[in-house]
Design a protein around this ligand. Structure first.
Ligand SMILES: [Zn+2]
Length: 71
């Protein structure tokens, strides 16, 4: 059924479009294929530095960092 043009207010229209935007660009974590921790989609894994199976950066272990700070 057709809806009169003035029945849809500006704020109602804005809320509807914002809902579509939030649905499109919502962020929900996915599991890393390499280490299994929660990461954001289309982002490099922060714990192992792997994206799409390729190692982007080499992350140092925590033990090595503590040894460097002590020495
Ligand atoms: Zn990972």
């Amino acid at each position: 059924m057709a809806v009169p043009k003035k029945a849809t207010s500006v704020s109602r229209k804005g809320k509807r479009r914002a809902g579509q935007h939030h649905k499109l660009y919502r962020k929900f974590p996915t599991l890393c294929s390499n280490c299994g921790t929660l990461t954001l989609p289309h982002k490099m894994c922060a714990s192992c530095g792997v994206y799409k199976g390729n190692e982007i950066i080499e992350l140092k272990n925590d033990d090595e960092n503590t040894e460097e700070t002590e020495a």
